[in-house]
Design a protein around this ligand. Structure first.
Ligand code: IVH
Length: 717
């Protein structure tokens, strides 16, 4: 009965997920969807025996970290030859037609993300791997499961029992803009473009972070043995029926003129797409012709990428101004003579930092090239020296804060200059208050940027703690406010005292402690008191906390002004402790674990079990670890260290006995299952694929150029 309900919910959720994310045609409301999801989550929590890695609940990911295993691609992931010239493209087509006669081409957009290979067995997603070096890649399955447009199970259809499908993990512009806005607010470095953001996100340790970043996935190439298709076009139509997101912007072209049309059209039309593209891929449609053409050393001879030129404009830099961020970071910005570029008028371009300006030797008055490549913010790529005035002088970077005049400093390893006057520099103070009241932090409504400036300029707030001393009578006389909004603001400030600890911690604006990091910290240390007392070693022991974050936390709490703010916030009644979790049991209470290796269920699930039974996950083997839960192929270095420290090593079975209340294993440290060193490469030959001729990565013993290392060198750039 329960099992049937779980299965029904999974079916429904997958169907509606598909309608929403692949077809863009939702049939039910978000509320109905969320209600079903919650019911399924509850049932799965109560009945772990029905766990399934491909359950739609996995799409929200897990906060627990995972290491990436390396996997060998069954079919290598090749690169494509590319060109920026139509003449070269025409030569490419001529060469094909000289060899194979007139033939059809499929023209597709070249998506500007990061390549992914998905494996399906009996209709279920079993693996997602990055391209890596083309022969081996990283197993990023847990992360890819969170990408909503990737089907976890295929729809009914005649799909082969085993096949791979390749495509691109993309970050749509909307997700990219949101992500960078958040990072900016957190004082974190920005991603230069959606491609870097997509690739960086896919390698995130925590799949819950991936789930929130709004990735998308478009597929464009099938691979498998004996796939039953005659043409590429046909294979993609089928893949679409099976539930994959296949681009609608493809066309069969019968000759060069039609290929040119497609390119000309998309060279401008692509600017209206919600995701980044950087060219067009032209592929021979007929698989028999593909087989006839074969491969060069690293790419197929039957496909090529035509890349769009980044749009450029030449304009003059009128002046350079400097922005001071909440963290004191200084960003130089070029004020340009307005110029039209890719459909928008560009007036400003970021110059990043002093080094970048020096590298390009940018000087006010220069004529500069402005480009909008994959980047959203236009950047300056060079100076037209022929137009530089003879009396031009190298630019001298500022050495004092443009707002408060304090001498700037540089921190080791950081390209930017900082104004260290945290407590006296207006944009920093206002920036911190604005950060504190953000929706994701204390969520104080009615207080926008302008009002905060007003409060500051009228001497009513100097720190976030001052907000809690405000009275309505002080606010209502201010311009644009009035009694009603003054009362709303006070009420909203009052309500913020209920905001959970993790968000308060985020609101404090500790450098590098973004929303997610704040949640990890709140989970691990449970109270601000605990966090304040943590040593550097204890900080880096928490998951996802590196040295850089640890140092920033220590520095924050070493500052008396910050301690005073915290004292006042505490007195005002803000939440500084994590509410108690509902635990499945306390069987592991007070015990710390490191999970390593492979298990019958995912590592994320193992870690979730530890937490739900009251235990703590630690990131690395150290003296503070009570147990190592060792699976297959646990890293030998970890094992050695654990043995040296005398930490108890238990296997999966013993672990489950502990959870079931059968107590901790009585034995002292005992060796874990030996780390396996099995050769993973398949041996033997396989028949040449009958349809899509992607060569197999498996070494072919008959030709020495194709075996072992030779094969790798042959295939990749
Ligand atoms: S086909 C053997 N089609 O471009 C050919 N690739 O420069 C396999 N890419 O690594 C690739 N859009 O990540 C193909 N419509 C498309 C593509 C595409 C983007 C990427 C892909 C590949 C790179 C090659």
């Amino acid at each position: 009965m329960i099992r049937e309900r779980i299965e029904e919910l999974r079916r429904q959720l997958e169907l509606h997920n598909y309608k929403y994310y692949v077809e863009n045609n939702p049939e039910i409301s978000d509320f109905e969807f969320d209600t079903m999801m919650r019911e399924l989550q509850d049932l799965e929590r109560e009945h772990p025996e029905y766990a399934d890695p491909n359950s739609p609940t996995m799409r929200v990911g897990s906060d627990l970290t995972s290491e990436f295993a390396t996997v060998r691609h069954r079919y290598p992931m090749l690169s494509l030859g590319n060109t920026y010239s139509l003449d070269e493209l025409h030569e490419f087509i001529d060469r094909i037609e000289r060899e194979a006669g007139p033939t059809d081409y499929v023209c597709e957009l070249k998506f500007d993300g990061t390549a992914i290979s998905l494996t399906y067995d009996n209709g279920a997603l079993t693996q997602a791997a990055t391209r890596g070096d083309g022969v081996t890649g990283d197993d990023v399955t847990a992360n890819v499961r969170t990408v909503r447009s990737v089907p976890l199970h295929l729809r009914d259809g005649d799909w082969p029992a085993h096949f791979e499908i390749r495509g691109e993990i993309l970050m749509p512009y909307a997700s990219f803009d949101r992500l960078n806005a958040e990072r900016e607010a957190n004082g974190e470095p920005l991603f230069a473009n959606p491609r870097n953001a997509a690739a960086g996100t896919l390698k995130q340790q925590s799949s819950a972070v991936v789930a929130r970043r709004g990735l998308d996935c478009t597929l464009y190439q099938l691979a498998g043995d004996n796939l039953p298709f005659r043409t590429h076009w046909e294979s993609l139509q089928k893949a679409r029926e099976w539930g994959f997101k296949i681009s609608d912007h493809m066309r069969i072209c019968h000759n060069v003129a039609e290929v040119d049309d497609f390119i000309r059209y998309w060279d401008t039309a692509r600017h209206g797409l919600p995701f980044p593209t950087d060219g067009v891929v032209i592929k021979v449609n007929d698989f028999a012709v593909r087989r006839q053409l074969g491969f060069t050393a690293k790419a197929p001879k039957w496909a090529v990428a035509y890349k769009f030129k980044a749009e450029q404009a030449l304009t003059r830099i009128d002046s350079v101004s400097f922005q001071v961020g909440r963290t004191g970071a200084i960003t130089p910005v070029a004020n340009l003579e307005p110029v039209l570029l890719a459909g928008t008028t560009v007036r400003r371009a970021t110059l990043h930092n002093a080094e970048q300006m020096a590298r390009l030797d940018i000087r006010p008055g220069d004529m500069v090239y402005v480009e909008k490549g994959g980047e959203i913010i236009p950047k300056i790529t060079g100076v037209d020296l022929s137009q530089r005035p003879a009396d031009s002088q190298p630019f001298r970077y500022i050495d004092r804060c443009p707002v408060c005049g304090t001498p700037l400093v540089r921190y080791e390893g950081e390209a930017k200059h900082y104004c260290p006057n945290q407590s006296g520099c207006r944009p920093q103070i206002i920036g911190r208050i604005i950060h504190f009241i953000r929706r994701k932090a204390l969520d104080i409504e009615g207080l926008g940027e302008e009002t905060v400036e007003l409060l500051y300029d009228n001497g009513l707030v100097r720190t976030v703690a001052d907000l809690y001393d405000l009275r309505a009578e002080q606010l209502s006389p201010l311009p644009r406010l009035g009694e009603k909004s003054a009362e709303n603001i006070i009420r909203s400030i009052e309500r913020s005292k209920e905001v959970p600890y993790a968000r308060v911690l985020f609101g404090l604006g500790i450098r590098f402690v973004g929303e997610t990091t704040a949640r990890y910290l709140a989970d691990h240390f449970r109270s601000l008191e605990g966090l304040m007392q943590a040593s550097r070693e204890e900080l880096v022991e928490a998951e996802e906390i590196g040295q850089r974050i640890a140092d920033s936390i220590l520095e924050y709490f070493a500052d008396a002004a910050n301690l005073e703010i915290i004292r006042r916030l505490r007195a005002a009644g803000l939440q500084f402790e994590t509410a108690e979790r509902k635990l499945a049991s306390e069987a592991l209470a007070g015990k710390s674990f490191v999970v390593s290796g492979r298990f019958s269920r995912s590592r994320d699930e193992m870690k979730a079990l530890i937490e739900s039974h009251g235990g703590r996950n630690l990131a690395a083997v150290s003296g503070n670890v009570d147990y190592i839960v060792a699976g297959e192929k646990m890293g030998p270095a970890k094992l050695k260290k654990a043995e040296k420290l005398g930490i108890r090593i238990i296997d999966e079975e013993e672990f489950f006995r502990m959870i079931n209340g059968e107590g901790a294993p009585a034995t002292q440290a005992r060796p874990a299952p030996a780390a396996e060193a099995q050769p993973s490469a398949e041996s033997g030959t396989s028949a040449a694929p009958a349809t899509d001729p992607l060569p197999k990565s498996t070494p072919q013993p008959d030709a020495d150029t194709q075996s072992g290392k030779g094969a790798e060198q042959r295939l990749f750039d």
